[in-house]
Design a protein around this ligand. Structure first.
Ligand code: IPM
Ligand code: MG
Length: 359
């Protein structure tokens, strides 16, 4: 028996999470999943109902659960609010309060989707890399921060900080993941300019000593951005800081042609995880039944694998998704001219159908 907090959030969040719920309900009913669901609020929709993008109740509920499934947060509607009240603050707050320091973002190219990438097929075919992004420290959270008046003008400032222990724990996460894969970790920094990255590099090198079977290399972030589009298959696991990971993971996701396909996990020391699609709330397409729900459905698979110890059902979900793609069904974002274009709801239904026929 596991207990999962469902946080649809904003924009397309609700409709894509609804498709994941179809999958969970099916598995509960027919495959003995026994997942209990608790429903909660986060982001702009939480602000609208409670005046807070991260209500205390959401954190209290999270602490009673084994995992979280999140849709997405954000939207034009809330962009002019004070920073403390914006939807993104809810997301950053829950990451920080649950200490979800290890953000795992895979970029996998499904063979059936090789034509969706904007890059040449031979550059991306078979791509399978993982970005391990530090998620609760660095410049996102460093203090002091703010905008101040100085003489005749305003100036803005943030602080990029990392303690040794913060670097060490994300290093261990990356090496452990690499051990289960091709045993290569590339640590990305800007140590030629920033002291915080000089320390990052030193600590990563120390951590590597515990993993003699894994090869560690270092790369500057500007070069990493270039290498990701030049020859992405050279990477296995990339470990990097919060801000660099934010940027590089969007880049890596797009190599696969559809950010709508990729799930992610954010995990703390106890294995508690928050699972969410990599993409955002896409307010421009919300409510139109065109959003791709597969990243959210695949986030359920990732949850089963990483937090709930049920790789059997995780495999089944992934297989069901692959089968539906194999049959030529696509939401608009990943469709080419020869595909059958379907909506969000139908995609959810087809994944459930496919689970039924594979059982
Ligand atoms: C992400 C997003 C968030 C981030 C935003 C929405 C605060 O871009 O999860 O990558 O910057 O971490
Ligand atoms: Mg981002």
């Amino acid at each position: 028996m596991s207990k999962v907090l469902i946080l649809p959030g904003d924009g397309i969040g609700k409709e894509i999470v609804n498709q994941a719920l179809k999958v969970i309900n099916y598995l509960n009913q027919y495959q003995a999943l026994e997942m209990e669901l608790v429903h909660g609020l986060i982001g702009g929709s939480a602000y609208d109902k409670t005046g807070n993008p991260l209500p205390d109740k959401t954190i209290d509920d999270a602490k009673q659960c084994d995992s979280i499934l999140l849709g997405a947060v954000g939207g034009y509607k809330w962009e002019s609010l004070a920073r403390e009240l914006r939807p993104e603050k809810g997301l950053l707050g829950i990451r920080s309060q649950m200490d979800l320091f290890a953000n795992i973002r895979p970029a996998i190219l499904y063979s059936t989707l090789a034509d969706s990438s904007t890059l040449k097929k031979e550059i991306v075919a078979g791509l399978d890399i993982i970005i391990v992004r530090e998620l609760v420290a660095g410049i996102y959270f460093g203090k002091p921060r703010g905008i101040k008046q100085d003489n005749n003008q305003r100036y803005g400032f943030n602080t990029a900080t990392y303690s040794e222990s913060e670097i060490r724990r994300i290093g261990h996460s990356a090496f452990k993941i690499a051990r289960l894969r091709n045993k290569n970790v590339c640590s990305v920094d800007k140590a030629n300019v920033l002291e915080v990255c000089e320390l990052w590099r030193e600590v990563m090198t120390e951590v590597a000593k515990d993993y003699p079977d894994v090869k560690l290399s270092h790369m500057y972030v500007d070069n990493a951005a270039m290498q990701l589009v030049r020859q992405p298959k050279q990477f296995d696991v990339i470990v990097t800081s919060n801000l660099f990971g934010d940027i590089l993971s969007d880049c890596a996701a797009m190599l696969t042609g559809s950010i709508g396909m990729l799930p992610s996990a954010s995990i703390n020391e106890d294995g508690f995880g928050m699972y969410e699609p990599i993409h955002g709330a896409a307010p421009d397409i919300a409510g139109k039944d065109i959003a791709n729900p597969l990243a959210t459905i695949l986030s359920v698979a990732m949850m089963l694998r990483y937090s709930l110890n049920n790789s059997l059902l995780a495999d089944k979900i992934e297989k069901a998704v692959e089968d539906v793609l194999e049959q030529g069904y696509r939401t608009k974002d990943i469709a080419t001219s020869k595909d059958k274009i379907i909506g969000t709801n139908e995609m959810g239904d087809l994944v459930v159908e496919s689970l039924k026929s594979n059982q």
